[in-house]
Design a protein around this ligand. Structure first.
Ligand code: ATP
Ligand code: MG
Length: 356
């Protein structure tokens, strides 16, 4: 599998631990994933599930207190085997990232034009006038009006939506084959969000790029990604084509996530169900399934044994002992409902009626 060059990205058993004053914190806990050329995948999960750490690790940015194990290959290249010279022009060119907060990528005291042309000059060795022309073209591609004027402006002169477009243009400047967009629209209002996501879609199609779109909102992922990976406490809980995931999700966490977001297509009387409880303490992770304490399907086995990520049907992976829509999953749920409490001690009394 690792020799298959058609794979844009191959991650094998990636683990990231941070050393903190309170002990060792496991932020990414054994993630394996492959992404083909031109493919898009959304990584979805609640705050703290390890999405940004995963993304940053992929482009070689690991905080000083972090250690990583497992391998990462981008475009067939093992990133640990890059020579110093190769590495210099690898990140930003092969793979580029749009960071969660646009202001962290923009220098407040530098004009937009200088910031946009900087990486093209550095990585591609373009002369100023060519880089400048390309910067104008890039701003056009992300639908920024009067790009010539924008090049002379400073970040604070732009709206949040415009700044995020500039950041996307910066990430695209060296024509990466893989774009990682970490919550590119969280800070923006809904209509601006949509236009930004549309711009990313459009550019991906035009440039045949692969895309990793990170979001905490399963609704954002719907219709925008070929596949969806659901992350929880540093692990992939479910990974499937978007179609399979929405039509036949197997992990109770995925189901809970979907029930916790507003969906205009669902009848108006359908209530939103916040997921009870909180994610586990990553300094002190549970022995069994990380979601067990919040899960309606949890049986004692879930508390004791961590379910591995298995391929339940072609291309559909999930890490659950009692998956949604399977006889064992339904039996576990029925048993918990009867008892009014799950095998992990979560009371189902109040939730019971709403969930049927
Ligand atoms: N340098 C660090 N040192 C210690 N802990 C860290 C460090 N960076 C991240 N973490 C921890 O790793 C875990 C995962 O963080 P991460 O930023 O990846 O979450 P996330 O899924 O991106 O969340 P959000 O949706 O809020 O952006 C969190 O518990 C976070 O506090
Ligand atoms: Mg994040």
């Amino acid at each position: 599998m690792s020799d298959d060059r058609s794979n844009m990205l191959e991650i094998d058993d990636l683990r990231v631990e941070f050393s903190t004053a309170a002990g060792s914190l496991s932020a990414v806990d054994g993630v394996s994933l492959q992404l083909a050329e031109k493919e898009s995948i959304a990584i979805v999960g609640e705050s703290g599930s390890g999405k940004s750490v995963l993304a940053r690790t992929l482009i070689g940015l690991l905080a000083g207190n972090g250690t990583r194990t497992g391998s990462i290959r981008i475009g067939g290249k093992d990133i640990d085997a890059l020579t110093k010279k190769e590495r210099k022009h690898f990140f930003g060119v092969q793979a580029a990232m749009v960071f969660q907060d646009p202001m962290t990528s923009l220098n407040p005291v530098k004009r937009i034009g200088a910031q946009l042309t900087e990486s093209m000059k550095y990585h591609l060795d373009l002369p100023s006038n060519i880089a400048n022309d390309r910067a104008i073209a890039l701003l056009r591609q992300v639908h920024i009006p009067s790009p010539e004027r924008r090049l002379r402006q400073y970040p604070h002169e732009l709206s949040g939506g415009m700044r995020q477009r500039v950041v996307i243009a910066m990430a695209l400047a060296c024509e990466p084959r893989l774009l990682i967009a970490d919550e590119p629209t969280t800070a923006l209002d809904v209509t601006v969000q949509k236009t930004i996501l549309d711009v990313i879609d459009e550019l991906r199609a035009e440039r045949n790029m692969s895309l990793i779109l990170i979001t905490h909102d399963l609704g954002v992922a719907e219709g925008r990604a070929d596949r969806i990976g659901v992350m929880y406490a540093g692990r992939l809980m479910e990974l499937a084509s978007a179609k399979d995931l929405f039509s036949g999700m197997r992990h109770p966490y995925t189901q809970a996530l979907l029930r916790s977001i507003p969906n205009p297509d669902r009848p108006s009387h359908t209530r939103l169900h916040p997921i009870p409880g909180r994610p586990p303490d990553l300094l002190n992770p549970p022995t069994g399934c990380a979601f067990a304490a919040r899960c309606r399907h949890a049986r004692p086995e879930c508390v004791d044994n961590k379910p591995p990520l298995i391929e339940g049907s072609a291309g559909h992976f999930f890490a659950c002992h009692f998956p949604v829509g399977t006889p064992e999953g339904e039996a576990a749920l029925a048993e918990n409902m009867r008892a009014g409490v799950t095998g992990a001690g979560l009371s189902l009394d109040e939730a019971a009626e709403e969930f049927v």
